[in-house]
Design a binder for this molecule. Structure first.
Ligand code: IVH
Length: 676
């Protein structure tokens, strides 16, 4: 057989396997026996081993488990399912506690108790109980909206279906992890790459009878919406969960102080291989609910909890080539294409090299044997080169000085904060002028946190861009669906679905839209701050006409870096054109006042000096929770100046000139109806 024939034969097999997969998992009606299926899979893997040029994204060496069925109804979580920040080192953990102590303005000697819960690597689920009956089970989804997997949840033996206990709340979303024990996974090894994939796949079977066949387990650890929960701390909640019939992690512990958290971490890490379920770290949650409430959340993770990850898995491989990827903000990231290796059940074929300096520092060359590390969900990276194994004639890697996509000059920017040149090299084109940047910007535009267009994934962006169907964000709303219908893999129904999904997202909030523009340094949180300030999109857009960028200084949380970035964004004609077009196409909702009728409605505050027992961040949250706002400069518009210890005298004088009311901390708390 020549190369062409081998390839055709291989592709045929892949197509067949994809079809078997689809029928088995999505339609729940297998076309062939398990044995036949496994033989075909084996054939493909052998072919790939023998002929290195064979490659397909649908190969069983790349796809793990199977794609979830699209057949589930979606449902909103009444309380979002948050994610957790990560700590990878002792320092990260020490800093976590420092941030907390700072926020609540307590000294280092203040003792905090934590519920330390080994973090099971499974799939989280939220179970709604009403009057003791399990009425709904949702997957996490994007945290705001999950899939209704009630029928599958009902098949899990660990999950109580009816709870008759006096102290069980009238209504509660019990949340926890669905997983598969390692011993049970042994029998599923053929089908899935690791226990987590097995749990995820099984939980999202279309037919609950298929889920029932898999020995899924459930461990409960938190709650979402509740009514009638009379408990004051996390550890007590875990105890109650047991009394109500839920399983909890037997290795959970109540621990005080970071030092003791570290001792426990080391003990559990040692035991890790003996435990019959995969854990990838330990979750620490502040035990007191009162303190949790006071600390609140940052973006989509609580300030009061963190996941302390275990050290990663490593493997040895060979660098086949070094490619330069160009990100949405023009950053050039070198990526090593390596000989695929299995690290902890995941096939790794790419490893990030971070930046030019990193390649030089580690002296990584094409052809080198390297140690690759994969830590949690983070992109694998190269730890070090095995210099002893380096062939004699390997050349040093020379980093491109021009953007490989558009040929523009690349530069390392000067960072005003670190007072150093950035390690990252960037393409100096202005964005949409560079093809690769455009594609990344478009991917960001349709992504989950941005427009969240259902089914409009990264692959589709790439295909549509190549076919010149889209170039700028507005093109998404003017797609030539007739053309798309004729493309391979598309049909009437999928085109209709896409049309519907796009149309649905024409109603958009101002903050999502600002975020989706992909302005550098303007993430979701900053987009929210900007939206809250400008309220309407047209006022935000007017920045480009009025060139009133310094106005952004009034927004607490927005600094020079962000302002320069916004300025840069508006100085580009294409960007302004994109905004104009989007404004005509979309129905942009103004920002809502979060708490319209709070006690501090329409009042502005500024703080000077040190406060007692409460940090600035907390006082700011308090003001905002009560519909007030904080500003960072004194003007006529300021209503109150809160004066702490050692205030800036100039500010007090300025306030006097403007006849602004000054309050000390006590007076402010009285204003809030609180006593200190
Ligand atoms: S609490 C606000 N507790 O970790 C608290 N999560 O990265 C959020 N997880 O999606 C969750 N064990 O799947 C919590 N004892 C535990 C956990 C745990 C595992 C998972 C969960 C969540 C992810 C957060």
């Amino acid at each position: 057989m020549d190369k062409k024939e081998i390839e055709t034969n291989y592709k045929k097999k892949i197509k067949l396997l994809t079809n078997y997969n689809k029928n088995y998992y999505d339609k729940s009606s297998p076309l062939v026996s398990d044995k036949e299926f496994d033989n075909l899979k084996q054939d493909i893997l052998l072919l790939e081993q023998k002929y290195k040029f064979l490659n397909s994204s649908n190969s069983p060496s790349k796809t793990v488990g199977f794609k979830p069925s699209k057949n589930f109804k979606k449902s909103l979580h009444r309380v979002p399912m948050l994610s957790l920040g990560n700590a990878f080192s002792e320092d990260d953990l020490i800093n976590f506690e420092k941030r907390i102590l700072n926020f609540i303005s307590e000294k280092n000697s203040f003792k905090i108790s934590y519920s330390a819960e080994p973090k099971i690597d499974g799939i989280s689920a939220s179970l709604t109980y009403k009057n003791g009956n399990l009425i709904k089970g949702l997957s996490r989804g994007d945290g705001k909206e999950g899939e209704d997997i009630t029928a599958n949840i009902l098949t899990i033996k660990d999950i109580p279906k009816k709870i008759i206990k006096k102290d069980f709340p009238e209504e509660i979303d019990v949340r926890g992890e669905v997983f598969i024990q390692n011993s049970d996974f042994q029998n599923l090894k053929e089908k899935f790459a690791n226990p987590r994939n097995a749990a995820s796949g099984s939980l999202r079977q279309k037919n609950p009878d298929d889920t029932r066949k898999i020995p899924l387990k459930f461990i409960a650890y938190t709650f979402g919406y509740e009514q009638g929960l009379k408990i004051e701390n996390q550890f007590e909640y875990l105890k109650k969960l047991n009394e109500w019939g839920f399983k909890t992690n037997p290795l959970n512990k109540l621990i005080t102080g970071v030092k003791n958290l570290l001792t426990n971490y080391k003990e559990i890490e040692k035991k890790r291989s003996e435990i019959d379920f995969d854990i990838d770290g330990i979750v620490y949650k502040i035990n007191s609910f009162k303190l949790q409430k006071r600390l609140g959340n940052v973006a989509n993770a609580p300030r009061w909890a963190i996941a302390h990850k275990f050290s990663s898995n490593k493997g040895i491989s060979l660098v086949k080539s070094i490619e330069i990827q160009i990100g949405r903000t023009g950053a050039l990231t070198p990526v090593a294409k390596i000989e695929p290796i299995n690290i902890g059940g995941v096939l790794v074929a790419n490893a990030t090299l971070h930046n030019e300096d990193e390649i030089n520092r580690k002296d990584i060359r094409v052809g080198d044997t390297v140690i690759v590390e994969r830590a949690g969900d983070v992109i694998p990276h190269i730890l070090s080169v095995e210099f002893k194994k380096r062939p004699k004639d390997l050349k040093k890697f020379s980093y491109p000085k021009k953007c490989p996509s558009c040929g523009s000059k690349t530069i390392k920017e000067y960072n005003i904060i670190t007072k150093k040149n950035d390690a990252v090299r960037r393409c100096t084109s202005e964005g949409y002028e560079c093809e690769k940047i455009s594609i990344e910007k478009l991917k960001h535009f349709v992504s989950k946190e941005a427009l969240n267009i259902d089914g409009f994934g990264k692959k589709i962006v790439e295909t549509f861009y190549k076919l010149k169907l889209i170039k700028l964000p507005q093109d998404i709303f003017r797609l030539d669906f007739k053309k798309i219908e004729k493309l391979e893999g598309w049909g009437r129904l999928s085109v209709e679905n896409l049309k519907y999904a796009i149309n649905e997202k024409k109603n958009i909030s101002i903050e999502r839209l600002i975020y989706s523009l992909g302005i550098r340094h303007i993430g979701l949180e900053n987009a929210k701050l900007i939206s809250k300030y400008f309220k309407s999109f047209s006022k935000f857009k007017a920045l480009s006409k009025n060139k009133s960028y310094n106005e952004l200084l009034n927004i607490d949380g927005i600094g020079e870096t962000q302002i320069n970035s916004v300025k840069n964004f508006f100085s580009n004609k294409i960007n302004v054109e994109v905004l104009d077009q989007l404004e005509t196409i979309l129905n942009i909702k103004d920002a809502l006042d979060e708490n319209k009728n709070g006690k501090l409605k329409d009042k502005t505050f500024m703080i000077t000096g040190k406060l007692n027992g409460i940090s600035r961040a907390e006082i700011k949250s308090l003001i905002e929770e009560n519909a007030g706002s904080t500003v960072s400069s004194i003007s006529k518009k300021l209503d109150y100046l809160i004066v702490g210890e050692k205030p800036t005298k100039r500010k007090i004088e300025e306030a006097k000139n403007f006849k602004i009311i000054t309050l000390d901390q006590k007076q402010f708390l009285i204003l809030l109806n609180k006593t200190s």
